[in-house]
Design a protein around this ligand. Structure first.
Ligand SMILES: [Zn+2]
Length: 189
């Protein structure tokens, strides 16, 4: 199920729309100094997009803003459902590929390479990220307290996906991306 989702171009179009909404909300809110926010998007060259979307202009930039007021000029980068901080691969790919390595029928690296072109080394780096870096973030230490049941951190992010009660893979993924979205930006909240 997660495997089908990984290559579904409709998912990536939806994630773009969600990011547009998040950007519109950030712009409407304005800068903390009450200054107007002007668009100052970052160029990105994300990996992991389905082939038919590889040339999509929408995916070559990340929404970001710069305060228009002299003396402030602070950057605001809204949270994103597509980009996980500075990671080159899209968040959905980092989550789904990492999750597919667990479960009753783990997906082989060769298969994952065929699907999204990810190397064994990258997958193992993500595994360390989930199990060593992610679990130590102040975000996670606080956020895990909000989960209804404690989850097994050894199986992150699969255990987190499965912690959401919706049984549609796409809804679970969206819940997870929303949940971890504070990690997608370094802008102060
Ligand atoms: Zn400002």
């Amino acid at each position: 199920m997660y495997q089908t989702l990984l290559c579904d171009s409709r998912l990536y179009k939806l994630l773009f729309k969600i990011d547009q909404d998040l950007a519109a909300q950030a712009k409407a809110k304005g800068c903390h100094c009450r200054g107007r926010l002007d668009s100052a998007r970052y160029r990105r060259k994300p990996r992991g997009l389905p082939t038919e979307l590889e040339d999509e202009e929408d995916y070559k930039k990340r929404h970001s803003f710069c305060c228009a007021k002299d003396g402030c000029r602070q950057r605001t980068t809204p949270p994103s459902f597509r980009f996980l901080g500075r990671k080159v691969y899209l968040s959905a790919v980092v989550v789904l590929v990492s999750a597919l390595r667990y479960g009753p029928t783990p997906v082989r690296i060769a298969k994952l390479r065929e699907l999204v072109g990810v190397s064994a080394r990258t997958v193992s780096r993500w595994r360390s990220w989930w199990q060593e870096t992610f679990v130590q973030t102040p975000f996670w230490k606080k956020a895990r307290g909000f989960l209804r049941v404690p989850l097994d951190e050894r199986f992150l992010p699969l255990s987190l996906l499965e912690a959401f009660s919706d049984n549609q893979p796409q809804s679970r993924l969206l819940c997870l991306l929303r949940f971890i979205s504070p990690l997608s930006t370094s802008s102060p909240p």
